[in-house]
Write a protein that binds this ligand. Structure first.
Ligand code: PLP
Length: 402
């Protein structure tokens, strides 16, 4: 008999997978994937960059590279992070294969079976799976509109003094799936709580660049830049949302002693991240094209968000409540009691639109009182039609639930 490891057996299977299989019809309008639209990628710029590379750089691109990253990219990225106020000299930077690998490596570095990890509830599904794959016990703390609920966090930390959590994993900027942007005050109030309990913070900043206005821009400042001296912070981010997930490039900026262990882990995982895309990403950053591209993306995602928000107001029953995001990719919506979201998903897939149910993002895999819509992947022209389909399905299910 095949005997799988306990860690693999602890991974959750998803009952919506079969349904999602049906959602690959070419005509379906998808609000499911948390990814950029294909038509937005800077294909011509990258063509031009590759074609004008000298032969030895092209050869380097095909080769293995150093485990921590392609040195010129590490330098360009350090400059980029330093401009944002990151302490790049005090910390060490490592390029990873997507930021999911950075999160996975940090999980491997810290988690022994049965260790407790605190997350937000809801939480990015990739984080949940990574922590579970090392057999962590997850404790999700509810988010409110300003960030993680501090009273709940304090209570939990007080109760768990005998078995303190290994770390807390937070996404303060344009949370996936909740869209939340932490307020300055919430960040400030969080620090003494983490300090008191000497709790290490894994700060995931996958979406911080994608703010929609000036007020949001001022608020996306990472905790890593604000509270570096007060807290042990492992910061992760990615090129996936600002260049393309196909590059499979992310990074971590962490204290040196953590970096040493992380490098050992990465050596045994993939030896190095793709040199090919690191060479291209480096040229894109160096040429100044990255900043211009991100500026363009901010406008496009804002327009998509505005279109979706307008359509939700027009077509959704008013019992569905939600907050308008100030950046990022997602709108997170709360259902009235008793409404069966699985039934809505089924009928909306039949009629031509798909989204993700809330349970996917619950660390305990139970709470289905919300659902997530991503506007990032869908051109404006299709957003209104998809939301109208969903609105009809929601109204019908609401009628049945009364
Ligand atoms: C919050 C968050 N963190 C990390 C990631 C991982 O992205 P990648 O591995 O492509 O860098 C994602 C992707 O959806 C995300 O939403």
């Amino acid at each position: 008999m095949i005997q799988f490891s306990k860690s693999v057996n602890s991974l959750r299977t998803s009952e919506i997978r079969d349904l999602m299989g049906l959602a690959t019809r070419p005509d379906i309008i998808s609000f499911a994937g948390g990814m950029p639209g294909n038509e937005l990628f800077p294909v011509e710029d990258i063509d031009e960059i590759y074609n004008s590379l000298p032969l030895d750089s092209k050869q380097t691109a095909f080769q293995y590279g150093p485990t921590p990253g392609y040195p010129p990219l590490l330098e360009s990225l350090k400059e980029y992070l330093q401009k944002k106020g990151m302490a790049v000299k005090k910390n060490k930077l490592m390029i990873t294969t997507g930021s999911l690998q950075a999160i996975n490596i940090l999980a491997k570095v810290f988690i022994d079976p049965e260790d407790v990890v605190v997350t937000e509830n809801p939480c990015f599904i990739g984080g949940i799976s990574a922590f579970k794959s090392y057999q962590a016990i997850l404790h999700g703390i509810d988010l409110d509109e300003n960030g993680i609920n501090l009273e709940l966090l304090k209570n939990f930390l007080r109760q768990s003094k005998s078995t303190p959590p290994k770390f807390i994993y937070l996404t303060p900027n344009f949370h996936n799936p909740a869209g939340t942007l932490y307020t300055e005050e919430r960040k400030k109030d969080l620090v003494p709580v983490l300090q008191e309990h000497e709790l290490l913070l894994v700060e995931d900043d996958a979406y911080g660049e994608l703010y929609f206005d000036d007020e949001a821009r001022k608020r996306v400042v990472p905790l890593k830049t604000l509270y570096e001296n007060d807290l042990s912070i492992c910061y992760t981010s990615t090129f996936s949302k600002i260049l393309g997930p196909g590059f499979r490039l992310g990074w971590m900026l962490v204290p040196p002693e953590i970096y040493q262990k992380a490098e050992l882990c990465k050596q045994s995982m993939d030896a190095c991240s793709p040199n090919f895309t690191q060479v291209l990403a480096n040229e894109f950053l160096r040429s100044g094209k990255m900043e211009l591209y991100i500026q363009k993306m901010r406008l496009i995602y804002k327009r998509r968000k505005d279109t979706m928000a307008g359509a939700i107001r027009k077509y959704f029953p008013e019992e569905i409540t939600w907050m308008e995001p100030k950046g990022g990719f997602y709108i997170w919506l709360k259902l009235p009691p008793k409404l069966d979201i699985m039934a809505v998903l089924k009928s909306s897939i039949e009629k031509g639109a798909v989204f993700v149910i809330g349970k996917t993002f619950d660390p305990e895999g139970k709470d289905n009182s919300h659902f997530r819509l991503a506007y990032s992947h869908t051109p404006e022209g299709k957003i209104e039609k998809g939301i109208q389909i969903l609105g009809d399905c929601l109204k019908e299910e609401l009628r049945l639930s009364k």
